[in-house]
Write a protein that binds this ligand. Structure first.
Ligand code: TMP
Ligand code: ASP
Length: 254
């Protein structure tokens, strides 16, 4: 163990060389960061929860035919993934106003948006991940129009799936961020969902109380982040791994 070659270390994950060519192992760390890393803490157990929640979501995306880089979870902190060429964009889908859109456009947090809105941010920590338009993306060659069509179609499918999944457990999906990559199989390429989908990359509010069950708890010191993430896992029926792996799916919260 741990003689593996480290390929990349980010703020929340480490990528190692995988067991076969074209695979990698993603290791989920306990580091919580916000505001481009200016706020940083170690939250014991966060990596385990994000690994499990992201496993649950990606497994289900794969099952309904939304392609992802995910192969399988290996253990508490690691998952086996396909190596992809990551497109340097954070693709944000918003259903309800919160965070930067509320600030930028003066829309009160919690306002339902007239329709789901997709935004692109250029992944560059030094620049603070600036928002960009499709024009910037294609002009600078980060992606091309055909890929952008695929990315937007995938983003909407993920939004529909996640909105329904979370609604069924009493959670409103306010917004989320995905990253996409190019997966090469012989000479053909397709766009797949990469990175992770977890309470680090979503805004999740209790449907009744608007209680925040995501990284905003950490960003804005709203309470115990781990408890919030555990609550998401509990509602999805995946908190207690000693129980038989849930076949009944998520439990409806009344
Ligand atoms: P924003 O309102 O700060 O722009 O965030 C929109 C969504 O994207 C929210 O669910 C949090 C997520 N997000 C990330 O996952 N990583 C980031 O670096 C940022 C800024 C937001
Ligand atoms: N992920 C970014 C950071 O670590 C920003 C955020 O999620 O608020 O700084």
């Amino acid at each position: 163990m741990n003689r593996r070659r480290r390929i990349y270390e980010g703020k929340a994950k480490i990528l190692y060389e995988g067991p076969e060519p074209g695979t990698l192992i993603a290791h989920f760390k306990d580091d919580a960061t916000a505001f481009d890393g200016k706020k940083h803490e170690i939250i014991d157990g966060k990596g385990v929860l994000n690994n499990r929640i992201s496993d649950y979501i990606f497994t289900n995306l794969n099952k309904i035919g939304i392609p992802t880089h995910f192969i399988k979870r290996l253990n508490m902190r690691e998952q086996l993934i396909r190596e992809v060429e990551v497109i340097p964009l954070e693709v944000v889908v918003r259903n309800v106003a919160a965070g930067s859109i509320s600030k930028r456009l003066g829309i009160e947090e919690g306002t339902q948006l007239p329709r789901s809105i997709i935004e692109f941010y250029y992944k560059n920590d030094a620049l603070g991940d600036p928002m960009v338009s499709e024009e910037h993306v294609t002009a600078f060659g980060w992606s091309n129009p055909q890929e952008m069509d695929d990315i937007m179609a995938l983003a909407i499918r993920v939004n529909d799936f996640l909105s329904g999944l979370f609604l069924s457990v009493g959670i409103r999906l306010v917004d989320f961020k995905i990253e996409c990559g190019r997966l090469w199989e012989n000479d053909t390429m397709r766009i797949v969902i990469a990175d992770e989908i977890s309470p680090d990359s979503c805004r999740l509010w209790d449907i009744e109380t608007d209680e925040k069950l995501d990284k905003d708890v950490f960003r804005h010191d709203l309470g115990n982040m781990l408890n919030a993430y555990q609550e998401v896992a509990r509602r999805l029926g995946i908190l207690n791994e000693t129980q038989e792996r849930s076949t009944s799916g998520p439990t409806l919260v009344k």
